[in-house]
Design a binder for this molecule. Sequence first.
Ligand SMILES: [Zn+2]
Length: 199
Amino acid sequence: MNLNSPLFDRIRTQRESRETPRETTIRCDSPGCEAEGAYRAPMGRLREGQYLCFCLEHVREYNATYNYFNGMDDASVARYMKDATVGHRPTWSMGTRRGQAGFREDHMSAVDPLGVYRQRFRRPQPAAPRRGPQHSPVTIRAFVAMGLEETADRETIRARYKELVKRHHPDANGGDRSREEKLREIIHAYKTLRAARLV
Ligand SMILES: [Zn+2]
């Protein structure tokens, strides 16, 4: 058998070209965005270690609206901070006593990488609207894929779905099938929300 046969080169090339692009490029999680999702954004409280991927523009947008304490009332936030303070800092090193403010700052940088707590601590916020139950990561992803808030109601979800399907359907793009992937993603997201009885 001749291993230098051009036949082997052809097989190798075909396999590489089929597999490589799928595995290396992560798309931005913002619906309709075809950019590379090079930036990770945390999904939030109770979903530590889980991330969404965005392009620079959309990670900024996401971070601007990100609220680590989503779904918590003020009393719970206060309790969370108190528990975290005790939990994360069991020892107070002797001889390096610092003021309360210094301690707070120091602690916050550990639990609050985006600075949302810091913001909240400084100025009193209006009471947060009551939110529904916490959604699973899969459901959150579906909301994000459709560009919706987690609090979106049935009507909003349905209207958004119609709008997105219309926008990404090949018929609406002069038969351009390049948006089919996005369309599939939207349909999948909608099915996920329906399975979660949100639609
Ligand atoms: Zn993007």
